[in-house]
Design a protein. Structure first.
Length: 340
């Protein structure tokens, strides 16, 4: 880490709930601050009334979290919402995924996500691309996904926010090809794509294929989640992934996704991408740690404070190797916070 302004830079953040054994706000923020991070993504948190998704927080809990953010010197990178993790169609397909009529979903849940983004002073909402019926071809459902995501993006645009669609197994946008097509058709500045290499590798994509998927997503890229996966059957492509059985997530320098090659390509994009995001009021290109090194699942994962530390050091090792700059808290930050 050099903080050399001549080098392309990323902004580091992480899903703070992954770093906390009981997911309390104090545990999360103490871990993030100790790791040297100044940004975090807010997903599940206990702010005194039990563990809740950010979408369920009340006014008192929001006030408590905001006070603790100031105390620990933290800012929210993105709202880790579950928007888009519901069925496109009201069809029984053997999954436990819920269905909500879209008009109701847009007026209630999407509006709530926007309110949470404003409450925590972030421009970014992380979301998804809806579940197509299990066993069907996701490409058949692109038109409906485009229609619904277009309305989500328009809602975010009117609120001066940006919706990032995460690449993830089992959803319509389960690979870069489909997400790139969705982005092209939606054609709204408030919709960007969130790349996640581990979410491809766990489906059986090789490192070369993961890199190809990153390349097709370049035009729509907004930020990245960082996790990796060491697949026990690397040559076996899966059309449906049982997310609750995934047990082979590893730090970014130890998996099969090829983060070094991905970050080398990202490096060339960073100057223009940072400028593009800054025009929308976003601090820059976030690399958001979501390592799942102890457990992963459909709605979140767990790494513990020790696992988050291992994952962050691994990420920094790769970034140093490919000559991408980043910032972690240093003594000058401490002096500034103490008014020196």
């Amino acid at each position: 880490m050099s903080d050399n302004l001549d080098k392309p830079q990323v902004t580091l953040s992480g899903f703070a709930d992954e770093a906390a054994n009981q997911k309390t706000a104090v545990q999360q923020f103490a871990a993030m601050a100790a790791l040297g991070l100044q940004y975090y993504s807010l997903r599940f948190i206990d702010a005194g009334e039990g563990i809740k998704n950010v979408m369920k927080l009340g006014k008192t809990e929001i006030q408590t979290i905001r006070h603790l953010e100031d105390e620990y010197g933290l800012n929210v990178a993105s709202i880790g919402s579950p928007i888009g993790k519901v069925k496109l169609l009201d069809i029984e397909d053997g999954t436990q995924n819920s269905y909500v009529p879209f008009k109701k979903y847009l007026e209630k849940d999407v509006k709530k996500a926007c309110e949470m983004a404003h409450a925590f002073e972030t421009k970014l909402i992380r979301g998804f691309s809806f579940y197509h019926p299990k066993g069907t071809d996701p490409r058949e459902h692109i038109p409906q996904a485009v229609d619904q995501l277009g309305q989500v993006a328009e809602t975010c645009l009117r609120s001066d926010l940006t919706y990032g669609v995460e690449l993830e197994a089992n959803l319509v946008g389960q690979n870069g090809d489909i997400l790139a097509e969705i982005h092209r058709q939606v054609n709204n500045p408030a919709l960007v794509l969130v790349f996640d290499a581990g979410n491809l590798t766990c489906q059986g994509f090789s490192a070369g294929e993961v890199l190809d998927q990153f390349r097709v997503m370049k035009n729509g890229l907004g930020w990245m989640h960082v996790k990796d996966y060491r697949h026990p059957e690397p040559s076996r492509r899966q059309t449906h992934v049982d997310e609750e059985t995934l047990k082979h997530f590893v730090p970014a320098d130890q998996g099969d996704s090829g983060h070094e090659a991905i970050f080398r390509e990202l490096r060339e994009m960073l100057p223009k991408l940072n400028q593009k995001l800054e025009r929308r009021g976003i601090p820059g290109v976030f690399l958001d740690l979501e390592p799942h090194v102890k457990a992963g699942g459909q709605y979140g994962g767990y790494s513990g404070p020790d696992g988050m530390g291992v994952a962050l050091r691994a990420l920094c090792k790769v970034l140093d190797y490919v000559d991408i700059d980043y910032h972690l808290r240093d003594f000058e930050d401490l002096r500034a916070s103490r008014g020196f």
